[in-house]
Design a protein around this ligand. Structure first.
Ligand SMILES: N[C@@H](CCC(=O)N[C@@H](CS)C(=O)NCC(=O)O)C(=O)O
Length: 250
């Protein structure tokens, strides 16, 4: 996992991919050295307590609000999109042109909105309540998500890919893979886990998005990561959860 001297420290809830996974994918693709702090045993400074400590620090300039949090030396930062951009920029995974970096930011924030809406399918009322405490609302929210929002988001990214392909690009932006491609991969992987029937029905109309997912999965560092025990399997505690009753009919 290392090809330089930097050792980042990532603070994210152990046991789920969650928003931390968007950061892990950039670190892994870059082969950056990092410690997934909360996955260490508590006796070694890990566990959820490490996150609580990071959130409560008063010596880091601006306090952080929520994980994921990335520490790079003295610098602590939160917000998934900001962290992904920071790591990507240091490891050649942002577009070259300044204008394209802003475009990448906009794509990344759209991916964050997309992930938030996926989360809200199973937690439409409150993150602090169990899914079982909001099942009727989740069913209603999910049916609108699958009917309207999912095709709208997928259609948008399909258009972005088609437009970039018209100028010879195989990725969302520019000529090379960037962090936003890694993040879109993660959303598609999560959706295929959570809503396999709904995704199957939409695949043929969104072939560029589906191909991008496969292309990212084939990148050597990502393929190695996905096959490793560093990749936590999807489960029913994260953003992308499979509840058969919420998926479209097969
Ligand atoms: N917009 C933030 C959202 C951060 C967030 O919601 N983190 C979750 C875990 S994925 C959390 O623990 N939130 C605690 C809270 O909001 O009180 C980001 O993208 O990083």
């Amino acid at each position: 996992m290392s090809n330089d001297d930097t050792s980042y420290r990532l603070y994210y809830w152990p046991g789920i991919q969650g928003r931390g996974e968007f950061v892990r994918l950039v670190l892994e693709d870059a082969r950056a050295s990092y410690v997934d702090v909360a996955r260490l045993p508590e006796g070694e400074g890990g566990g959820a307590a490490a996150i609580v400590d990071a959130l409560q620090r008063t010596d880091i300039g601006t306090p952080t609000y929520a994980p994921p949090i990335l520490q790079d030396g003295e610098l602590f930062m939160a917000q998934t999109a900001t962290i992904c951009r920071y790591v990507a920029q240091r490891h050649g995974l942002t577009p070259d042109a300044v204008e394209d970096r802003f475009r990448a930011d906009a794509l990344q924030l759209t991916i964050a909105d997309f992930a938030d809406e996926v989360h809200d399918t199973h937690h439409p009322i409150a993150g602090a309540l169990y899914y079982e405490e909001q099942k009727p609302e989740a069913a209603r929210r999910t049916s609108v998500f699958l009917e309207q929002r999912l095709p709208k988001y997928l259609g948008y990214f399909e258009r972005v890919l088609a437009q970039n392909a018209a100028s010879g690009g195989r990725w969302l932006i520019g000529s090379d893979c960037t962090y936003v491609d890694l993040s879109l991969f993660q959303v598609i992987a999560g959706l295929e886990y959570a809503f396999p029937n709904a995704m199957r029905a939409l695949e043929s109309e969104h072939s560029r998005v589906i191909e991008l997912h496969a292309r990212v999965a084939d990148r050597p560092n990502i393929a190695a990561y996905l096959a490793s025990d560093r990749r936590i399997p999807f489960n029913e505690h994260g953003i992308f959860r499979h509840y058969a009753e919420l998926d479209a009919d097969g």
